[in-house]
Write a protein that binds this ligand. Structure first.
Ligand code: ADP
Ligand code: MG
Length: 950
């Protein structure tokens, strides 16, 4: 994201200039109709759009082109109607996103090529469109600049889709407005900052308020001093959260529809303008006040005023660019027809005038240009996305849209490139795949977040519910118990009182014992009664105790239920964190994949260019240079080129191969002329690379590659030659010739290309054995020792790394100095070379660990013997992930074998293993490291000695 932001940023002020120089640097100049005025404000550099702006790329410290409107073109996919109606016709445009170019077909055999800042194919995800078109603009709005994002194009080409989709059913479809607000809200502070929006519609030079339709004709007010534009009558709504913003957009959309129905027009005739005002407050700086407060820095500190930065983001969904029928037959009067698109044509005129450096920019001609005055050029960032459809029936409109975009990029950029670029369908498919993955990933992530939220709320609800029931039950139980307890106490007291009384009576009676025998019998009766009561009381007491026990049990049961619930909450939480981890891993995996795709694409491009170059050279040079017998061959080569210019690279390589004959190409490897030799090696390298892609395809197709292996298999089946070029090259003795070039040539280019071809050939096991048998490792080691160019070293290291993965060749490879050569190449320090070295070491270690598991190897690792350990320990946490990943694997493989453990501990590898087992982003490596550490007694002892708590 940072890179796209860097490249796609326009405007020529550094961020700091804004905070130190608070006197409105954002004063607009580009749309200032009076050039004299602009000269007066001398503190400012030239206009963003004028030709007088600094030449492209001259502003120091700014990676992008300064002050220029950035223009992206986006192609809408064919819709259902077009699929049927245009089924037999090719699209009127062809996009070349890698080189940011677009070809507009003139006829079957000719087309014009145009360059844009970004070319977005029909597969481009909404996320990517936002990131390349709007994100840099949003970022500068957050920094206090004004910024504009506009969509221009024929009705139905996707302007509203690009800008205004709410994406409520499918979050990956969210458009620029929604995404921009998400980013803004994520970045502002609720306490100190404020975000507010207005939403307007401009139709027939009347501005309506889409947030309050009763607000009629809204005026535009320009501050003559600052150039700021405001529209006092319009509603301004403060935004606190995303939900309320989406509601507002929906409301605006409904009002737009209603207003247009009332005016009897379509929304395609009006412009919709969303304005987002961001006001942010920052802590003040000492320097501003210390000069005013003399030498009292203390006072300055206490008086630091906050700095307020205001940025305005304007998103404009322009009216359809198609010409409207001026005859009035479309239901409009001539007057109406004139004014319907007045603003749009005025915008076009202003852009033309600015692009042509005209002295008069007709900014006052329309409301739209007046409204955009302060967000266009100067220190403002402007992005224009032009939308086009694929249908050849609308070629005229598409062409005029493209020309509008080209003019907006300034006249200098209106290059009509005549060169042809071709590139393999694989590249295109990978691109499509990538875009789909991005959209899919975003959708999944959003769904996942929602799921987490749902599970968490559910769990919380459950817990609070059971806590409540528990409390209620407990209270009920307590009250019951208390009541019963009080009652029994009362009863006992009563009984006790009665007993007391009786007992006192009994004593008197005893004193008069002998007075009457009647009395005696009476006394015995009462004792019996007492005994009975006592036993009754005892039973009651027992019952009471039982009741209490039951109550206690009930309480315990409820307590254990609560604990159970807490446990399940904890497990839900751990589930959530596991899922989160998985998501992170997925993201990481995706990133890696994207990186690999990028490398593949650049390799492809490189191959295409080299092939083109080779073909061209054959056309021009070889014809004269190569003696007689090759004349006819060259003629043959020229023939297919001429016939099939549209399919350049593929034709040149494949047909060259078919028609010229491999044997003859190989014979050119020994040509006297260095140039001829170099290009012959390149041809062979390219042929070998086709085999490489075959291997790659098979590799991807066999793995469950993001669950998309079907697609890759499809790619594979359509593009794979039946017998690989590699096999043909080897059969024809090409490998021998390539090795000989390494031995005999002094030219580093030849070394580089030959090593590249050998590296490609070394992907297959049969070739690996052949390379070794023909002394390849010595030659590669020799080249490794003498080469200086990192690309040569990368190729050599790649070739050796491939050989390292062959179980059968381990001893020989090491014996002929392969490991030492590999290690020697780290001197170059280039990350690509280091990654190949690490890969080779990991391959070698893997074979060794396999051999030791099978019991065929019992000695210490040859890698350790050859002194690899210090380098891998040093680089185990290298920040480049390809290097790190291979080294982590290598360490895990080495650690598998107990005989290596002692050296690894003394070499410091144990620390790294512990780190890997805890932090490695790949779960399989993490688990492997962990298992190894817990199983190995030597490592266990080592850890306790080093005080590592594991
Ligand atoms: P405009 O605003 O330029 O008139 P819309 O945005 O309304 O065009 O798009 C016209 C139709 O094409 C809509 O049905 C929209 O969903 C569809 N559409 C536009 N762009 C795309 C795209 N990139 N992918 C899929 N459908 C699209
Ligand atoms: Mg629209």
């Amino acid at each position: 994201m940072a890179t796209t932001a860097g490249v796609y940023r326009n405007g020529n002020h550094s961020r700091n200039s804004q905070s130190t120089n608070n006197n409105k640097v954002e004063k607009p100049l580009s749309f200032n109709p009076n050039p004299k005025n602009s000269l007066k404000s001398k503190s400012l550099p030239g206009s963003g759009l004028r030709k007088s702006a600094p030449p492209l790329g001259t502003a120091k410290g700014d990676t992008g082109v300064p002050g220029r409107v950035r223009v992206a073109v986006r192609l809408r996919p064919r819709n259902e109607e077009e699929m049927v109606a245009d089924a037999d016709f090719a699209d009127c445009v062809e996009l070349l996103p890698e080189v940011k170019r677009l070809k507009l077909r003139k006829n079957n055999w000719d087309s014009d090529t145009y360059e844009f800042d970004e070319v977005l194919t029909e597969f481009a995800s909404q996320k990517r469109v936002y990131e390349v078109v709007a994100k840099p603009v949003v970022e500068s709005v957050m920094d206090g600049y004004n910024g504009t994002v506009m969509a221009y194009g024929q009705t139905g080409t996707g302007k509203t889709y690009t800008l205004g989709r709410l994406g409520e059913e499918d979050t990956s479809a969210r458009g620029i407005m929604v995404r921009a607000m998400e980013d803004i809200l994520a970045d502002v502070s609720q306490e100190t900052d404020s975000v507010s929006v207005s939403y307007l519609q401009l139709y027939m030079e009347t501005i309506q308020d889409l947030l309050d339709p009763t607000n009629g004709n809204i005026s535009i007010v320009e501050d003559p001093k600052s150039g700021d534009v405001s529209h006092p009558g319009a509603s301004v709504v403060e935004i606190r959260n995303q939900k309320s913003f989406v509601e507002l957009l929906r409301l605006g959309e409904a009002h737009r529809f209603a207003a247009n129905t009332k005016l009897n027009t379509e929304s395609s005739r009006s412009h919709a303008i969303l304005m987002v005002h961001v006001k942010r407050s920052f802590k003040g700086r000492d320097s501003i006040l210390s000069s005013e407060t003399g030498n009292n820095p203390h006072m300055a500190k206490s008086l630091k005023p906050p700095i307020i930065r205001k940025g305005k983001l304007v998103v404009v969904d322009l009216a359809g660019s198609e010409r409207i029928d001026k005859s009035g037959s479309g239901g409009h009067t001539l007057e109406e027809a004139k004014s319907i698109n007045l603003s749009l044509s005025a915008l076009g005129k202003c852009i033309n005038a600015l692009a042509e450096n005209s002295s008069h920019v007709p900014i006052r001609d329309s409301k739209l240009t007046r409204l955009l005055r302060d967000s266009f050029g100067g220190s403002a960032r402007t992005s224009l996305v032009i939308t086009i459809g694929p249908s050849p029936r609308h070629r005229g409109e598409t062409a005029s849209t493209i020309m509008f975009g080209q003019r907006a990029m300034k006249v200098e950029n209106m290059l009509k490139l005549k060169e042809e670029f071709d590139y393999k369908s694989l590249s295109r498919r990978l691109d499509i795949q990538l875009e789909k993955l991005i959209a899919e990933h975003e959708k999944q992530q959003k769904a996942f977040e929602n799921e987490i939220e749902r599970v968490t709320t559910e769990a919380k609800l459950q817990i609070s519910e059971s806590e409540r029931t528990y409390a209620v039950e407990l209270e009920k139980e307590r009250l019951n118990y208390q009541k019963e307890y009080m009652e029994s106490i009362k009863k006992l007291e009563e009984k006790w009182m009665m007993n007391q009384q009786k007992h006192a009576g009994g004593e008197n009676i005893a004193g008069l014992k002998d007075e009457s025998s009647n009395w005696i019998s009476n006394g015995e009766d009462s004792r019996v009664a007492n005994m009975e009561e006592l036993s009754e009381m005892k039973t009651k007491l027992q019952k009471e105790t039982l009741l209490r026990k039951a109550a206690e049990e009930e309480v315990n049961k409820l307590k254990s239920q609560l604990a159970e619930l807490k446990k399940s909450e904890a497990s839900a939480k751990s589930d959530i964190s596991k899922l989160q981890k998985k998501l992170e891993d997925e993201a990481c995996q995706k990133e890696k994949l994207e990186g690999e795709i990028a490398i593949l694409q650049s390799q492809l491009l490189q191959i295409s260019f080299e092939a083109d170059e080779t073909a061209r050279r054959i056309d021009r040079g070889w014809y004269e240079k190569v003696p007689g017998s090759l004349d006819s061959l060259m003629l043959q080569v020229r023939q297919p080129q001429n016939n099939d210019s549209g399919n350049g690279e593929k034709a040149s390589i494949a047909k060259l191969f078919e028609q010229v004959g491999l044997q003859r190409i190989l014979s050119l490897l020994e040509a006297e002329d260095v140039d001829v030799r170099i290009h012959a090696v390149k041809v062979v390298a390219n042929l070998a690379a086709e085999g490489f892609f075959l291997v790659l395809y098979q590799h991807f197709a066999s793995a469950s590659f993001y669950g998309q292996h079907q697609l890759i298999q499809n790619c594979a089946s359509s593009d794979i030659p039946s017998k690989t070029n590699q096999e043909k090259i080897v059969e024809a003795g090409g490998l021998k010739s390539l090795l000989m070039l390494l031995r005999s040539s002094k030219d580093e280019t030849i070394h580089r290309v030959a090593a590249g071809a050998i590296a490609n050939l070394a992907m297959s096991e049969t070739n690996q054995e052949l390379i070794m048998a023909q002394g390849g490792i010595r030659l590669l080691s020799m080249t490794a020792g003498s080469a200086e160019d990192p690309q040569t070293l990368r190729m050599v290291a790649g070739a050796i790394a491939n050989l390292c993965g062959n179980d059968k060749l381990q001893m020989k490879l090491r014996g002929e100095g392969g490991i030492k050569a590999l290690l020697g190449m780290v001197r170059c320090g280039h990350p690509d070379v280091l990654a190949q070295v690490a890969r080779g070491i990991a391959n070698f270690a893997k074979c060794e660990s396999r051999a030791s598991t099978q019991g065929t190897k019992n000695e210490r690792s040859l890698l350790i013997e050859d002194g690899v350990l210090p380098w891998i320990v040093q680089n185990a946490n290298n920040e480049a992930s390809p290097i790190r990943r291979h080294i982590e694997l290598a360490l895990c493989h080495l650690a598998q074998h107990e005989v290596n453990a002692k050296d690894m501990i003394s070499g410091g590898a144990l620390w790294e293993l512990v780190r890997i087992s805890r932090d490695c982003s790949r779960e399989d490596i993490r688990t492997l490291a962990h298992r190894t550490l817990t199983c190995s007694p030597t490592f266990q002892a080592g850890m306790s000695r080093l005080g590592i708590d594991y």
